[in-house]
Ligand binder design. Structure first.
Ligand SMILES: *Cc1c(COP(=O)(O)O)cnc(C)c1O
Ligand SMILES: [Zn+2]
Length: 394
C-alpha cells in the first residue's frame, strides 16, 4: 500500500515503518497516511471482522493474533427511523478496543517484542491482557487505583496481566506508560498514541459502509480521542480510493466533568484546555488530557462536525433508555453517544431525517455497579401467592 508517516507536531515525514510509534525527531503523534490500493473493491473481500480489511490495513504481519474481533451488529433503532447503533460491546472482550488490539499485538509479535504495556481506564487493559495472553506475551497494565469499573478489572485479573496501580487519574497512568516506553525500549506500548492500534479501529467505518453506505452523522464518545479519528480515517481512505464521495460528520461526545475537547468547540478554541481532575460516572472517558486531541480536532473539523458534553444524569438516563426502549445494554461511556444524540435532537441541532450512527463502544456488563444504579421493581414474594402478586401488578 502506498503511504507515509507524518508527525502532527513537527511535520517530519517518514516511510511507513511498523516500528515507528511516535516521531523519532520530536516524540509527537504520528499519522499513517495511506492511499488504498488502486482498483480496490469491497466485492473482492473475504472473511469477517477486522482482518477482512487486511488489504486496507498498514503494516506487515508475520503472525496475526486474533479472537475474530469486529463484525459487530449495526442495530437499527426501534424509536428513531434513521438512527443506528454500532454495538461494539459484542467484541470478544466487550469493547471496540479489541479491533485495535488485534493489530497492535500482531505488530508487537511481528516485530519480536515479548512485553507489552498499557495505561487504561479499564477496557484497554482487559483487551491488552486477553490478546497478550493469546500471543504468549507478558502484559503490564497501569490503572488509576480505585477508578476502574469492576468488570474490567476482573477481566484483566482473569487474563493474567500484571496490574500496576497509580494514585491519581488515568492521565497519570498514561504518563507513566510514556516514561516506561521511552526509557525501556523493550516494552511495546498499546495505548492509542500508538497509530497502529488505530489501523484496527478504523474498520468500524468499513463495516458501517458495507451495512448502510455512508451515514450523515457518526456520534462517538470521546476519551483519549483516538477512536473518533480512527473512524474518520476509515471513511477518508474510502473517499480517497474513490469508493465514496463524502465522509460523515463526526460528532464527539464527552462527559461534562471530563470535556476538554467539547469545551474547545463550545468556546471556539484551537486547542483544548486540559482538565486536572476529571470526574464522571462514565469511567471509560474520565480523561482530562486526551493524548490524541490533535487527531480528534482534525477529524471533527475536516468532517464539518463538532463536539458536545452531556451530564452524568443524561448519561445514566440514556443508558436506561437504551436498555429499556431499544433492548441494548451499553456501559455509561457508550451511552454518552446516545445522550448526545437525544440532546441534539431535543435542541434541534440534529435532523432526524439524516442517517445517524451511534458508536456504542462497550458492553453494559463491564460496569455492573452503574447498571445496578437503575431503579427496578423488586418484590419479595411468597411463592404460593405469586399469581396474585402478578395480577395485582399488571
Ligand atoms: C476507550 C473507550 C472510549 C474512548 O475512546 P477514545 O478512543 O479513548 O476516545 C469510549 N468508550 C469506551 C467504552 C471505551 O472503552
Ligand atoms: Zn515530530
Amino acid at each position: 500500500m502506498q503511504g507515509y508517516l507524518k508527525c502532527l507536531d513537527c511535520g517530519e515525514e517518514y516511510p511507513v515503518k511498523q516500528d515507528l510509534i511516535t516521531c523519532p525527531k520530536c516524540g509527537g503523534l504520528l499519522e499513517i497516511i495511506l492511499e488504498p490500493p488502486k482498483g480496490f473493491t469491497f466485492s473482492s473481500l473475504r472473511g469477517k471482522g477486522v482482518w477482512r480489511y487486511k488489504d486496507l490495513i498498514a503494516g506487515e504481519y508475520k503472525r496475526i493474533v486474533t479472537l475474530n474481533e469486529g463484525n459487530t451488529p449495526l442495530i437499527k433503532s426501534s424509536n428513531y427511523e434513521n438512527a443506528y447503533f454500532k454495538f461494539e460491546g459484542a467484541n470478544p472482550t466487550g469493547s471496540f478496543k479489541d479491533r485495535g488490539m488485534t493489530v497492535a499485538i500482531s505488530s508487537a509479535v511481528s516485530l519480536g517484542y515479548k512485553v507489552v504495556v498499557a495505561a487504561s481506564t479499564g477496557n484497554t487493559a482487559a483487551s491488552a491482557a486477553a490478546y497478550a495472553s493469546r500471543a504468549g506475551l507478558k502484559s503490564y497494565i497501569v490503572l488509576p487505583k480505585g477508578k476502574v469499573a469492576i468488570g474490567k478489572l476482573a477481566q484483566s485479573i482473569l487474563y493474567g496481566a500484571t496490574i500496576l496501580e497509580v494514585d491519581g487519574s488515568f492521565d497519570i497512568a498514561m504518563s507513566s506508560v510514556m516514561k516506561l516506553y521511552k526509557e525501556l525500549k523493550i516494552v511495546y506500548p498499546l495505548n492509542s498514541f500508538n497509530p497502529w492500534r488505530l489501523e484496527g479501529q478504523k474498520t468500524i467505518a468499513f463495516e458501517i459502509y458495507e451495512d448502510i453506505g455512508v451515514p450523515d452523522n457518526v456520534i462517538v464518545p470521546v476519551g483519549n480521542a483516538g477512536n473518533i479519528y480512527a473512524i474518520w480515517k476509515g471513511f477518508t481512505e474510502l473517499k480517497s480510493a474513490g469508493i465514496i464521495d463524502r465522509t460523515p460528520r463526526m460528532i464527539g461526545v464527552q462527559a461534562e466533568g471530563a470535556s476538554p475537547i467539547a469545551r474547545a468547540f463550545e468556546k471556539g478554541l484551537d486547542k483544548p484546555e486540559f482538565v486536572d481532575t476529571p470526574e464522571t460516572v462514565a469511567t471509560a472517558i474520565r480523561i482530562g488530557k486526551p493524548v490524541n486531541w490533535k487527531k480528534a480536532i482534525k477529524a471533527i473539523k475536516n468532517s464539518r462536525g463538532f463536539a458536545i458534553s452531556v451530564s452524568d444524569n443524561e448519561i445514566l438516563d440514556a443508558q436506561r433508555q437504551l436498555a429499556r426502549r431499544e433492548g441494548i445494554g451499553a456501559e455509561p461511556a457508550s451511552a454518552a453517544a446516545y445522550a448526545g444524540f437525544l440532546k441534539l435532537v431535543n435542541e434541534k441541532r440534529l435532523d432526524t431525517n439524516e442517517k445517524t450512527v451511534m458508536i456504542l463502544t462497550g458492553h453494559a456488563l463491564k460496569d455492573p455497579e452503574a447498571m445496578a444504579k437503575s431503579e427496578a421493581k423488586r418484590i419479595l414474594v411468597n411463592p404460593e401467592h405469586i399469581d396474585k402478586v402478578v395480577l395485582g401488578e399488571l
